[in-house]
Each structure stands twice: as C-alpha cells, then as structure tokens.
Design a protein around this ligand. Structure first.
Ligand code: SF4
Ligand code: SF4
Length: 399
C-alpha cells in the first residue's frame, strides 16, 4: 500500500513548559466495557466550527508548544471528514506553537481513509486491549478483541504506530502473568492503567483495582521487565524509574497538571482534563468566549484544582516522593468524593510501594557498584555487563 506523504516533520515538539489540550469530539462510544463509565449514549459530535474556535482561543492563550490529544468517548466516531478538516486547521492556524498530535481510540472505526489522514500528521495512536482475547472480551465485551485487532492491522498497514493501554481490574490482576506474556509474545508495548471505582455505578468497587494489589502488580512488572530487558517496553515502569532517578515527574499523574492540561468537550466547554468532560461542575469556560488564563482562573474548577495542589504541599510534605509524585492524579482524588478534597490520590499506597522499591534497589546497585555512593548520580558509567539487569541497566537502555 502506498504510504501517505507526512506533513508533520516541521511540527516536532520543543522542550518547554508542557501544554496539553485534549480534544473530546464526542463522549459516545460503540463499545460497552464493563468497568468504563465515561461514555454517554447519544453524545453530540464536535463541529468544525468548534475547532475553528479552539484555534482562535489558543492563538493568544499562551506561548508554549502544544500537544493535542483526541480522546473520547470514541474520537473516531467523528469520522474522516472531521479529521481531514480539523488537522490542517490546528496545524496551520497554530503553526507558531509547533503543534503535535496524538489520538486515543479503541480502533473499531479505523478505516484506510482515516488512517491515511492521521498518517499525514504522524499521529501516534493509543489503543486499549486487556490481554488475551478471552480475558479481554470478558471485561470489555464479546467481539471487542477482534474489532480492535482489525483496526490495528489497518493502522499498521498505513504506517501508524499503535501502543496499547492495558486496564488491570480486580478480576484480570489474577492473570497478570498471562497478560504480561501476551504483550511480550506479540511484541506490543505495555502501558497499564488500574481500573478506578466507578462514579456512576451502584457497585463502584466491583472492577476497581485495590491500591495494595496495584502496588504489588507494579513491583511484579518491574521484575518481569528487568528479566526481559530489550524484549518489551513497559512504559509505566520506565516513567516510575525515571521519576526516582531524576527526581522529576514525567507523566501527568506525577506532576502538577493543573496549569498545563486542558480538555475541550464536544460543545466547546473547557475542563481541567478529559476525565472531567461531561461533568458540568468542572467547566472552566468555553472556547467560543476565547478565555484567557486569568478568566479560567476565576472558575470554581480551576480554584479546586489549585486547592488540591496546596493540599498536597501540606499533606504530602513529609513524603520522600513528593517532588516526583505530587499527590498523584487530582481527578482520582477529587471526583469520587463529589468535588471535596478529602485526601490525595487513593493510589498513594501503590505509589509508595513502587517508589520505595525502586529507590531501595537503585541505592543497593549504586552502593555495590565501585566508585559510586548512595546519592543518585547522573548516568556516567554503564553497569557491569555480567551483572543481573537492574534499574541502572534500564535507565541506560532508555537514555
Ligand atoms: S487530572 Fe489526572 S489524568 Fe487528568 S491530567 Fe491531571 S493527572 Fe492526568
Ligand atoms: S506517595 Fe502518597 S504521600 Fe507521597 S507524594 Fe505521593 S500521594 Fe503524597
């Protein structure tokens, strides 16, 4: 198949203050995963006029390179025509901000036509699969696996890169070895996501992954990753090790996301993150009004996010991991309590377990390696080639 001409070379990301705008063209989704509560039947589709207003809003909003992620619901429900018009509007209208793009989809609606349009802009695709077919379909619904894999083949045939998020639930965590081996055997990059308690179900904890089990899962994956170094990429473990090594968070969960991340819903409403889209109490403004940062800062949702930041400074002040954890995800902390700040991210237990494990192992490796003290130095000398791979080997591999 003829590969599409790529237009995005000149839109490479610069390193600067992160500025991430998630565009949610619809909250609708053709799938019906058991543990997902974030889709809405009959949700409208974002119009091209709204994209034009996004361009006008962002043009003078701030002066940092911007990443747009199309999210949902299921963003491909917006159709080929939407992306054919939206992508050049954003790329050319905001060329001074060097926009880059990403898209998160279950791939069911992927067609060669859409794939060609996305490939022109070199758009990395994130999708979702929870492991082998039987296990996946048990929690995501019968037929999900096949439909996603069909879309995956179309995406790959058109030169798109696809990475999968694997949601671990209270059920699937019992099969963690099968799941890891599935990703390893199929040469797929693994990014995991713990199922959260539902905010719309009468049995909110049914699928949710207990924080201690999540911590144990992360430690298990750390071991499996080190055993299979060079054969698979486990993105979360890379991020967590990098956090400890550099003392800085590198994904939104482990930074103060409140000033750098925004989401736009189908009607142009602006929220702090895609996870809040569709919850009216978290609307900060609307793209049709072209609000400034100061305008958004007057909204209750903005103030709540910043109250969370101050809360973390107080509550996590004694935690050795505060610099690169920052209390975890504010959505996880705030949404289940109806907008009241009663604690940090409930996954704190898991974060302490994995950060502690990585810190201990790293200190041990450093103390056993000749000429190195207990502090965390920059990567200078490669670990002994005969030694069992450890955190330092991983950091060298990924640096
Ligand atoms: S609310 Fe959570 S998921 Fe959303 S940007 Fe912040 S850390 Fe990330
Ligand atoms: S590990 Fe827990 S206590 Fe420490 S910074 Fe993260 S959320 Fe706060």
């Amino acid at each position: 198949m003829k590969k599409p001409k790529r237009r995005m070379k000149k839109f490479k990301r610069r390193s600067s203050t992160p500025f991430h705008v998630m565009l949610v063209p619809t909250l609708g989704c053709p799938s019906n995963c058991s543990y997902c509560w974030s889709s809405e039947e009959g949700s409208p589709i974002m119009s091209i006029e709204t994209i034009e207003e996004v361009v006008k809003w962002i043009k003078n909003f701030r002066d940092d390179p911007v990443t747009f992620t199309f999210h949902g619901g299921e963003p491909l429900l917006a159709g080929a025509d939407f992306y054919r018009k939206a992508l050049p509007l954003l790329a050319e209208g905001l060329s001074h901000l060097k926009p880059s793009f990403a898209l998160q989809t279950n791939l069911w609606k992927m067609t060669p036509e859409i794939a060609q349009i996305l490939a022109e802009y070199d758009i990395p695709i994130g999708s979702s699969i929870d492991g082998p077919k039987e296990l996946n379909d048990r929690q995501r619904g019968v037929g999900y696996f096949e439909k996603t894999m069909r879309g995956y083949e179309i995406a790959r045939a058109n030169g798109l890169t696809v990475r999968f998020i694997c949601t671990f639930t209270s059920y699937s965590v019992k099969f963690k070895e099968d799941i890891f081996n599935f990703f390893l055997k199929n040469g797929l990059t693994l990014k995991l996501h713990p199922a959260l308690p539902s905010i719309r179900s009468e049995t909110p904890e049914k699928w949710a992954l207990d924080p201690k089990e999540y911590g144990e899962l992360l430690i298990y994956l750390l071991d499996k990753y080190l055993e299979n170094i060079g054969k698979i990429e486990v993105m979360n473990i890379d991020h967590l090790c990098r956090c400890v090594f550099t003392h800085r968070g590198s994904v939104c969960t482990f930074v103060d996301c409140m000033d750098g991340v925004f989401a736009v819903g189908p009607d142009g409403s602006i929220y702090p993150c895609y996870r809040f889209v569709g919850m009216p109490e978290y609307v900060m403004g609307n793209v049709y009004d072209h609000p400034s940062q100061d305008d958004l800062a007057r909204s209750d949702a903005w103030k709540l996010m910043h109250q969370f930041k101050e809360y973390v400074d107080r509550e996590c002040g004694e935690c050795p991991y505060i610099n690169f954890c920052r209390g975890g995800c504010p959505y996880n902390a705030i949404a289940p309590t109806g907008g009241e700040i009663k604690g940090v991210d409930p996954h704190c237990t898991a974060y302490k377990m994995i950060f502690g494990e990585i810190t201990d192992r790293l200190n041990r490796e450093l103390s056993e390696s000749p000429g190195m003290g207990m502090a965390m130095p920059p990567l200078q000398s490669e670990p002994d080639a005969g030694a069992k791979p450890g955190i330092m080997s991983l950091m060298f591999k990924r640096s």
